[in-house]
Design a binder for this molecule. Structure first.
Ligand code: ZN
Ligand code: ZN
Length: 112
């Protein structure tokens, strides 16, 4: 589902409903395996909040609210150019670029 970006703990709680004997380490290792295989993505969160996982592997970017922790998907036109510029600057061969925007979501911004 597009709007889902669960933490490892949330994935674990869901897995436990179906497999009561499963351990957190098993879930965590599976997430790492899926990530290494390119089947899911890990998104580093802001500050102390835990990483989230994303099963949508088509290219898209994320915005994370630094106040409430809300995470939304968005697509930014122009990331192809950004990727080329990043590749030039780092002298890496570019495979993908992922942008994470940190800031206040509209709800938090309005309540300030
Ligand atoms: Zn917020
Ligand atoms: Zn996402």
């Amino acid at each position: 589902m597009r709007d889902e970006h669960p933490t490892a703990t949330e994935v674990f709680e869901r897995a436990k409903e179906k497999m009561p004997g499963i351990s957190f380490a098993t879930v965590y290792n599976s997430l790492r395996y899926l990530k290494d295989a390119g089947l899911i993505r890990e998104i580093a969160s802001f500050g102390k909040s835990p990483s989230r996982y994303d099963s949508e592997t088509y290219r898209h970017d994320h915005a994370v609210c630094s106040s409430c922790g809300k995470l939304v998907d968005f697509d930014l036109p122009g990331t192809v150019a950004l990727q080329r510029a990043a590749a030039r600057a780092s002298r890496f061969q570019a495979e993908s670029v992922h942008l994470t925007l940190y800031g206040l979501c509209p709800d938090c911004r309005d309540s300030k």
